[in-house]
Design a protein around this ligand. Structure first.
Ligand SMILES: CC(C)(COP(=O)(O)OP(=O)(O)OC[C@H]1O[C@@H](n2cnc3c(N)ncnc32)[C@H](O)[C@@H]1OP(=O)(O)O)[C@@H](O)C(=O)NCCC(=O)NCCSC(=O)C[C@H](O)C(=O)O
Ligand SMILES: [Mg+2]
Length: 322
């Protein structure tokens, strides 16, 4: 029941933002990967209600199926983006710019009859890579067309260069034909890159996971958390979503249909959190009028920072329509 109420709230917020003509926020709570060479899975993905669908040319596709994947994706794009009951983000994850495949991937999706909304670029390690991507994009896209860009950070070198990558991306986007929207933490490639294996509690990636959020927030980007590969364990998935959300993540990568609703529910505040936040904000306003900066609300001391946290929850409840 709670989940239905929250979904309705979500729909209303997106509709209101659209009606008011504001540049509304596309939430990407679940970013679902679909192997690009599997037409059956691609068709299925359009029935799943995921906020973001990433048709994959990269790691979900075997080396000897790369060409098949880009052709299959192109044939879906040629048919036009399927209209679903609500808005969603349709993207293509190309291969890394270090591979011989990425230019063909980009060409296939950018010369289709209809463009995807978003290009997802994995394994970006330096700002030079962003320049290269931007130049290549400019060969296919007119200046009146803007695509969303999702950047993957998945190596030690990428973390060292993260601020430069974001600065260059922000600066190029002012004149280029893309808009950076998210940073994704590619935890599994990151572990491979630094020579470790992932464990259940994810302590080994804590620093990197937090750093990604910090930089994403500094550049007003959404932060997409790591993938949970034990895809049948929905309780474990929920716990990892809550952990990520507490760190400041706004969504999570998913690999299986069964993960979508768990993740999308987890990345909305619960009705009791919304009620707490709205009550606190009202009380804060009343106390401000009485000249009181600090006061007690439901047994807790409240002052400006707590009010700002409540505002964050309220904003999330409005599904971040700014
Ligand atoms: C993991 C899977 C290989 C499991 O596939 P399968 O055995 O087919 O699962 P099920 O039988 O349980 O599937 C039930 C039905 O759902 C469809 N299905 C499964 N997965 C998807 C999907 N991702 N999108 C759409 N539809 C899907 C099946 O076809 C069944 O349909 P039906 O027969 O009609 O009932 C598989 O889930 C899979 O391939 N997942 C994606 C894997 C992937 O993309 N991996 C790469 C991304 S992760 C990543 O990149 C991490 C990051 O970069 C990092 O470095 O950390
Ligand atoms: Mg990866």
């Amino acid at each position: 029941m709670n989940s239905i109420i929250r979904q309705r709230l979500f729909q209303q917020i997106v509709s209101l933002a659209k009606i008011s003509g504001r540049n509304y926020y596309i939430p990407r709570r679940a970013l679902l990967y679909v192997p690009g060479d599997d037409p059956k899975k691609i068709s299925k993905s359009f029935t799943l209600d995921a906020d973001c669908i990433a048709l994959d040319c990269e790691d979900g596709v075997a080396i000897n199926r790369k060409e098949n994947a880009r052709e299959t994706i192109r044939s879906f794009l040629d048919k036009g983006k399927p209209t679903l009951s609500r808005d969603y983000d349709l993207g293509v994850r190309i291969n890394s710019l270090e591979t011989p495949y990425w230019q063909e991937d980009l060409k296939a999706c950018l010369t289709a009859k209809f463009l995807p909304d978003t290009i997802l670029v994995p394994k970006i390690e330096t700002d030079e890579t962003v320049r290269l991507f931007s130049d290549e994009l400019g060969k296919y896209i007119g200046t009146n067309q803007i695509l969303n860009l999702i950047i993957y950070i998945e190596s030690a070198k990428a973390f060292i260069n993260l601020v430069d990558i974001c600065k260059t991306t922000e600066s190029l986007s002012k004149t280029g034909n893309f808009r950076p929207v998210c940073l994704v933490f590619g935890s599994d490639d990151f572990c491979a890159n630094i020579g470790i294996t992932r464990t259940e509690d994810a302590n080994e990636v804590l620093y990197a996971r937090q750093k990604l959020v910090l930089v994403a927030k500094a550049f007003h980007l959404q932060a997409i958390d790591m993938v949970y590969i034990k895809y049948k364990d929905l309780e474990g998935l929920k716990m990892q979503c809550q952990q990520g959300m507490r760190m400041g993540y706004t969504g999570k990568q998913v690999i299986h249909p069964g993960q979508v609703s768990v993740v999308q529910d987890a990345f909305l505040p619960s009705p009791s959190q919304i009620e707490w936040a709205l009550g606190l904000l009202k009380s804060f306003e009343e106390h401000q009028k009485q000249g009181k900066g600090a006061f007690t609300y439901k047994g807790n001391m409240i002052d400006m920072p707590t009010m700002k946290q409540a505002e964050n929850t309220a904003k999330l409840a409005r599904l971040k329509t700014s």
